[in-house]
Design a protein around this ligand. Structure first.
Ligand code: SF4
Length: 385
C-alpha cells in the first residue's frame, strides 16, 4: 500500500503563514512547487525558519498532486520547455517515504505533458534501486537529482547524517545508461564546522561519483540566527545576511582541493546545465569570473548560446507580467540587464530565464568575484588576497 500525506482542510490552510500558502513560487534556480510542506529531518539552518513553518514536522498537502501540477503549468511564470522547475525544495524532502509517491506523481504528470523543462529534485534522503528504473521511464523532462551533503557531524545542527545522501548519490549515479543526472550539492560549507582538510578531501572523493558538483555556503538569515542563539548552537557568523555566505579563503581552499576536477561549479544552474550538456539557463556566462573553473566544452556551449538582449526585448518579455509593467531597464551591459521598479524578486527571475541572460536589480548591485554571495568574509575592494 502506498502511504501518502494528509490533505489539509481549507480552514487549516487559511491558518498557515502567508508564504506557506504560496504553492508556486519563483526562487533563484527555478519555479518551485511546494504543495507538500513539513519535514522531520530538523536541519537547524532550514529555510522553514524564515516563514513561520519550522514547527511543521509532519509533511501535509495543501492540494492534490493533479491540482498542484495544473497550478504550476498554468502559472503566469511558467514557460513550457523553458522555465526550470524545482519540486518540493522549500519545505520538505522529496524522498521522505510519505512524500516519495507525490514526487513521482508530479514528475510523471509533467512528463506525460511532453514538457522538456529542467526539473530539479533536491534530497538528502535515502533512495532505492527501484527509483532508478522509475526515473529512467521519464522521456521528456530533464531531471536532475541534487544530493545535499555537508559532512557536518554536529547532530544538533544536522541530525540526519550526511552519509545517507552520500550513499544515495553513489547508488543513483552508478548506472552508466540513465536519463536523469546527478549533482553533489555540497552545502552548507561553514568555517570551523565542516571545512577541515579531511572534510574537503571527503567531498572531493564523493564528487567523483556525481555528474557535477556545486558548492555553496550557509543561508544565515535573521530567523535562523535567532534559532541558533536560542538553542546555544555554535554561531558561524556574527551577522545575518540576505545572500548565502562563502568566505573568500574557504572558496580558495575548495578550488585548490578540486584542482584538476573539471565538474565543479559555483552556481547550481551551471552544474545542472553541464550535467545535461546544455548551456547555463541563468546566463551566468555574463559574469566571467564565475566561469574560470569551467571546462572548455562547457564554456563554448554557454558562449554559443549567449545573446545580449536590447532594452526593448527585455521590456517585451516583462510586459507579459502585470506586476512587471512598471519595470524600468536602467542599463544593459554585456554582463547583465540592470532593472528597477520591481517590488519582488520573482518577476526578475522570470525575465532572466526567458532571456537566458542575467537580470539584476539596481538595489542589489553584484560585487565582482562575490558571485552573488554575501559580503561577510570578503576583503572589500581587493582583487586578490
Ligand atoms: S561557462 Fe560560465 S555560465 Fe556556463 S556553465 Fe560554465 S560557469 Fe556557468
Amino acid at each position: 500500500m502506498t502511504v501518502t500525506v494528509q490533505l489539509l482542510t481549507r480552514h487549516q490552510i487559511e491558518r498557515m503563514p502567508e508564504r506557506a500558502r504560496e504553492v508556486v513560487e519563483y526562487r533563484k534556480s527555478g519555479l518551485s512547487l511546494n504543495h507538500i510542506q513539513g519535514c522531520p529531518l530538523d536541519c537547524a539552518y532550514c529555510i522553514r525558519h524564515t516563514y513561520g513553518l519550522w514547527d511543521q514536522r509532519v509533511p501535509r498537502a495543501l492540494m492534490s498532486d493533479d491540482e498542484a501540477v495544473e497550478e504550476l503549468v498554468n502559472h503566469r511564470y511558467f514557460q513550457p520547455h523553458v522555465t526550470p522547475v524545482q519540486v518540493f525544495n522549500r519545505a520538505t524532502d522529496p524522498f521522505l517515504p510519505v512524500v516519495r509517491p507525490h514526487t513521482f506523481a508530479v514528475l510523471e504528470d509533467l512528463d506525460a505533458r511532453k514538457l522538456t523543462n529542467h526539473v530539479l529534485v533536491i534530497t538528502r534522503h535515502q533512495m532505492k534501486p527501484e527509483d532508478i528504473e522509475r526515473l529512467n521511464r521519464l522521456r521528456c523532462v530533464k531531471v536532475t537529482l541534487l544530493f545535499t551533503y555537508s559532512g557536518i557531524d554536529n547532530k544538533d545542527i544536522e541530525p540526519y547524517p550526511s552519509h545517507v545522501a552520500a550513499e544515495s548519490l553513489k547508488l543513483m549515479s552508478e548506472p552508466r545508461e540513465r536519463r536523469y543526472r546527478t549533482v553533489l550539492y555540497w552545502r552548507p560549507l561553514v568555517p570551523g564546522l565542516n571545512d577541515s582538510p579531511q572534510h574537503l578531501d571527503q567531498a572531493y572523493e564523493l564528487s567523483k561519483h556525481a555528474d557535477a558538483t556545486v558548492f555553496t555556503g550557509l543561508f544565515y538569515r535573521d530567523q535562523i540566527a535567532d534559532y541558533y542563539r536560542a538553542n546555544k548552537l555554535p554561531e558561524p557568523y556574527d551577522e545575518a545576511a540576505r545572500r548565502k555566505i562563502m568566505p573568500e579563503t574557504l572558496e580558495r581552499r575548495v578550488l585548490s582541493t578540486f584542482a584538476g576536477n573539471d565538474s565543479l561549479f559555483r552556481k547550481t544552474s551551471c552544474a545542472v546545465a553541464y550535467a545535461h550538456e546544455l548551456s547555463d539557463y541563468n546566463g551566468h556566462y555574463g559574469i566571467p569570473e564565475l566561469c574560470d573553473i569551467c571546462p572548455l566544452a562547457q564554456l563554448n556551449r554557454c558562449k554559443n548560446a549567449y545573446k545580449v538582449p536590447d532594452a526593448r526585448g527585455v521590456r517585451k518579455v516583462a510586459g507579459a507580467l502585470p506586476e512587471a509593467r512598471g519595470m524600468v531597464v536602467v542599463n544593459i551591459t554585456e554582463h547583465a540587464a540592470i532593472v528597477s521598479g520591481l517590488e519582488t524578486e520573482q518577476p526578475r527571475y522570470y525575465v532572466q530565464h526567458a532571456l537566458g541572460f542575467q537580470v539584476h536589480d539596481v538595489r542589489h548591485p553584484h560585487r565582482e568575484r562575490r558571485h552573488g554571495r554575501a559580503d561577510i568574509g570578503w576583503k572589500d575592494g581587493t582583487q586578490d588576497g
